[in-house]
Design a protein around this ligand. Structure first.
Ligand code: PMP
Length: 311
């Protein structure tokens, strides 16, 4: 990874190498962490964070599920994100990782007596699935691992422990020579990718699994739904059967890291990538994130990066 200089940790900017935790931190042992993945992009008016309020709201919701009181307000965390970008002079855009975890002091599964620590790091991170993937699509494979069910771990909370499920699927797909894993839920319907939501196009209609299908409530998913609606594309949230992927006119995945990425094969069945609707949505999305769409004003939070002092 490309390192930056400073990480915000429990209220202060510390050197990258000093942002450390004790090995007996609760979150390290039991996955009791909640986190976000956010991106900032370079725009004509400086770096801007995409849907920062929505990401921080989801962090708060994730923390609430695990009864992890965040010791900072939304506005304090927003300012901290700005400080991290500004102090690291990340003017070309970056990936931002806020994380809250149950800290050091208590072992055992009852977590409520352990402190809650918070850190925010940011660093340059290019296209998660690769630049070529954004142009011509990924090869995806249905995982033999099922997505965690709503009555095992709440899929809508972005908590560290649940990513063991994604990690198993990701390793399997990678070893099989695929770019990404798609997970079915316990009922056997399509849920999401290891780190992305999924859409298919059938006869000009955009279809995506509903929240009840054990998906993460993706912010890119919501962005795409809003943009597609504005484009006059009908959207249906309903369960998707595995074989519908093979017969789909188009398939694409969405995520903060993966952005809007076409899928060109599912289980070796070829799919047009990017298809016309995927391309339209991609064009709107990539304009919106850099301030060149009518919706950009709603979604971008501009960061002031002071010019470096001249000697
Ligand atoms: N599903 C899963 C399992 C994810 O990890 C992510 C990434 N956060 C997403 C979907 C996409 O969510 P978002 O668009 O908010 O990044």
């Amino acid at each position: 990874m490309i390192e930056a200089d400073k990480i915000w940790m429990n209220g202060e900017l510390v050197d990258w190498g000093d942002a450390q935790v004790h090995v007996l931190s609760h979150g390290l042992h039991y996955g009791s962490t909640v986190f976000e993945g956010i991106r900032a992009y370079a725009t004509d008016d400086g770096p801007a964070v995409f849907r920062l309020q929505d990401h921080l709201a989801r962090l708060e919701r994730s923390a609430a599920v695990y009864q992890m009181p965040l010791p900072y307000t939304r506005e304090q965390l927003r300012e901290a994100v700005h400080d991290v970008i500004a102090s690291n002079e990340l003017t070309e855009g970056c990936y931002i990782r806020p994380i809250a975890w149950r800290g050091y002091g208590v072992m055992g599964l009852y977590p409520l007596d352990a402190p809650v620590d918070v850190a925010i790091a940011a660093w340059p991170w290019g296209a998660y699935l690769g630049d070529e993937a954004l142009r011509s699509g990924i090869r995806a494979k249905i995982s033999s691992w099922r997505r965690i069910g709503a009555s095992t771990i709440p899929a809508t909370a972005k908590a560290g422990g649940q990513y063991l499920n994604s990690i198993l699927a990701k390793i399997e797909s990678h070893k099989g020579g695929y770019d990404e894993a798609l997970l079915l839920n316990e009922q056997g319907f399509v849920a999401d990718g290891s780190g992305e939501n999924l859409f298919i196009v059938r006869d000009g209609v955009l279809i995506t699994p509903p929240l009840q299908a054990s998906i993460l409530e993706g912010i890119t998913r919501d962005t795409v739904m809003q943009l597609a609606r504005e484009e006059g594309v009908e959207i249906i949230e309903r369960e998707i059967a595995r074989a519908e992927l093979y017969a789909a006119d188009e398939v694409f995945v969405t995520g903060t890291a993966a952005e809007v990425c076409p899928v060109r094969e599912v289980d070796d069945f070829p799919i047009e990538a990017p298809g016309p609707i995927t391309k339209r949505v991609q064009d709107r999305f990539f304009a919106a994130i850099v301030g060149r769409d009518p919706r950009s004003a709603d979604w971008l939070d501009y960061v002031t990066v002071p010019a470096p002092a001249r000697p």
